[in-house]
Ligand binder design. Sequence first.
Ligand SMILES: Cc1ncc(COP(=O)(O)O)c(C=O)c1O
Length: 469
Amino acid sequence: MKNSYKELIEQTYYFPQEGFDLYDGTLHFNGIDLKKIIDTYGTPFRINYLPKIREQIKEARSLFNKAMAKHSYEGSYEFCYCTKCCHFSHVVKTALKENVSLETSSSFDIDLILKLYEQSALTKETTIVHNGIKTEEYIEKIRFLQKQGFEHTITILDSVQELDRITMHKLDRPIKIGLRITIDEEPQAAYYTSRLGINKRELLELVKEKIQPNPLLELHMIHFFVDSGIKDNLYYWGEFKKALQLYTQIKQLAPSLQALNIGGGFPIRNSLGFEYDYEYIVDEIVRNIKITCVEAQVSVPDIYTEFGKYTVGESGAVIFRVIEQKQQNDTELWYIIDNSLMNTIPDAWSINEKFILLPINKWEHSYKRIHIGGISCDHSDYYNSEQLNQQILLPAYEDKKDEDPLYIGFFHTGAYQDAISGYGGIKHCLIPSPRQIVVDKNEHGNLIDYLYRDEQSVSNMLSILGYDE
Ligand SMILES: Cc1ncc(COP(=O)(O)O)c(C=O)c1O
């Protein structure tokens, strides 16, 4: 007896599950009929489902507010969207409609903020947290923003030298600053202490000697971010507790301190078997902050988060057509897709990130072990294992002229992939950036889709390369 791909998935995971369902034998993603989108626009394409962004913001707020109510927490929760995970205007504007604060990471980000202001997507009241290493250009633009009357900008110092560079600019009234605490990395990391942030030895001295005596500096926020994510393990809670101890020590020196920013790091579903207890983690975060502050006899801070991947990751997918099958030996069958994986989901190649991979059609077919290959000439342009599985299983089919092609999708690819792959720039082997489709809901709650950008054109790429001069 041959089992179908559909049976395989139903027996291995809870399926259908949030965001994924089958109708008439084809996969629907958050209610989007992907086969219809394929028939309308053609592959390959990226798709962005904006309502998911709104849902994630609401969910994070609800989790924190619930935990705060439970622990009689007197501070507030602030959801900050970090632009670096997806800068597209439709994405940032969707987040802003939920009244989020923003986090910037470089000088161009300030131009992005000014554009959003020009387009009335934010106001001078919007809170903006400036992270990242401050080049002279970045500092100048932050100062420009402050002089334009953006009252709620918080410049997070990444080093002691940054403070000197900022105070070299004539400050005419107090500015809000924050301090990023350096964290120690996980034991298996390539180095012990992160290059980001100010090391713990220098912090207290900096506060006592340079910040507190300066009436033009108002220390408002402590920032710390464990880059490997918020995980329920000894390492994460160890770093978290060290940061809390520092927070209370600094608060005793600087009463203006009011906020603790725990950065990003909330995970997303990268497998249909993904499990993570968001409610428990948030509860632990809030409970630990409260306990530590009560013990140290300081007031609790407002809690800021800068969830990037969590906000937009699950809103995105990239869909391909299998253009050819290649049986390279008895056991290795390749499905060659109509773009490059290195160019479209670069995290899969560079940091071995996994995404949910599912076929769009042929769910009734039997399945086979498959390697997926991109059309670049690079041997690294492949994907052949999943988060919970060292192999990939996909529907088998005959590679014949009259047989419908197989379409496959990598899901939850909405964060970082465009920025890291340099959307619309020079591409490996000149394989163009795929078209981008946006899906939203109209005022009646019905899905609407539109082409945001067509596939990158040859003239665009050759022009970047100087061929039209
Ligand atoms: C300072 C800071 N905040 C937030 C984020 C977002 O992290 P994530 O996408 O894991 O939530 C990053 C990611 O690099 C970061 O550097």
